[in-house]
Design a protein around this ligand. Structure first.
Ligand SMILES: [Zn+2]
Ligand SMILES: [Zn+2]
Length: 362
């Protein structure tokens, strides 16, 4: 059990006086008041204070020597420090492994949702996306220290970033909590990056969406994921497409569908319907006299792009709207219309109905 001794820069056989004077010197050097009052400076100071609290108390020191940090923390002798060391060790384990052992590690992949309009998805487009990448902090140039403040090799881990705890078969390496595994300590941590030396950068990137893109499709931006470690390559960024519903159009494979409501009069007498085009604008489509409901007109080459070139079709579904009648004039006109118009289908139906009723009896 050496961490606390290392924190104070003393050895396991140092006596009380040596521990006290070592602590005093370090406490002066690392006091947050001398180091910009930064939370990181405060945490370091607290670590020193907790180590001193244990090593300056004979009973706690004996316990620590025999059972280590965990025993002290279980017995409530050490509320803050042990937990923070263990948490930190876990977080830094993988990063450290590669940094210290030089193990190349590929950065993690990232996902980025991208919503497209139907038009963008059908015809393809180029969209700007914002990618967050980590790079050296601008304020401190990556050193993690406020300008003009010193960066020193960590006295606790001798600049290795790792601490060996235990001995023999039980020995294991842990991240040095004092320097966060960096091996270097900025006395006055950089305010912009809190001593990490890294900052997030917002990068605008163009993403080219090919035509006929469907929801759920993933586009890959190679190398725009998390940074790799120890020279490992960066991960990839997967842009995941979704498509917003369109108020007029629906997709059907490479065809497009649109519903166009017309009036009864237009259906009877014929007319011109204005049909929208997904690429923009509209075209006039002739509605022939006597058009029946739910008829589908196929406009060739007005749908989505096809793989082999050319375009699919636009299917125009004509819907005859039953008018809402809320005046006596309209009611009279409609009743009059019924009397003067011919309904061959209805007449045929009525004839067949009466024959049916006659033949089957009451
Ligand atoms: Zn260290
Ligand atoms: Zn910085």
């Amino acid at each position: 059990m050496t961490t606390f001794y290392r924190l104070l820069g003393v050895t396991a056989d140092s006596d009380g006086a040596a521990i006290k004077s070592a602590y005093r010197a370090l406490a002066r050097k690392y006091h947050p008041d001398h180091n910009g009052g930064h939370p990181l400076a405060e945490r370091r100071f607290r670590m020193l204070a907790e180590a001193y609290d244990v090593l300056s108390d004979d009973a706690k020191r004996v316990k620590y020597d025999r059972y280590g940090v965990t025993a002290l923390s279980r017995q409530g002798d050490l509320p803050g420090f042990a937990g923070s060391v263990q948490r930190l060790a876990k977080n830094l384990e993988t990063a450290l492994e590669s940094r210290l052992k030089g193990v190349k590690r590929r950065g993690a992949d990232k996902r980025l949702p991208l919503a497209l309009t139907l038009r963008e998805a059908v015809f393809g487009c180029t969209k700007q996306v914002v990618v967050i990448r980590r790079g050296p902090c601008d304020s401190c140039g990556g050193g993690g220290a406020e300008r003009g403040s010193a960066v020193e090799a960590c006295h606790v881990c001798d600049g290795r970033g790792l601490l060996r705890e235990g001995s023999g078969l039980l020995a294991r390496e842990e991240a040095c909590a004092f320097c966060d595994g960096r091996g270097r300590v900025a006395l006055r941590p950089c305010d912009a990056c809190h001593g990490a030396g890294e900052a997030e950068r917002h990068l605008e990137l163009p993403v080219t969406v090919p035509p006929a893109a469907h929801p759920g499709r993933r586009l890959v931006l190679r190398g725009y994921g998390e940074n790799g470690q120890a020279g490992g390559e960066a991960g990839d960024l997967f842009v995941e497409l979704s498509v917003e519903p369109h108020p007029l159009f629906e997709r059907e494979g490479t065809d497009l569908r649109v519903s166009v409501p017309i009036t009864i009069t237009e259906a009877v007498l014929g007319g011109q319907a204005e049909v929208p085009l997904l690429e923009g604008g509209s075209i006039g489509v002739r509605v022939p006299p006597g058009t029946r409901g739910s008829q589908v007109l196929r406009l060739r080459g007005r749908g989505g792009p096809l793989d082999k070139g050319g375009r699919g079709d636009l299917l125009v579904r004509i819907e005859i709207e039953t008018p809402v009648v809320d005046s006596s004039v309209a009611r009279e006109l409609l009743e009059r219309l019924d009397q003067v118009s011919i309904h061959p289908h209805r007449n045929a139906y009525l004839r067949a109905l009466s024959q049916h009723l006659e033949s089957t009896g009451p």
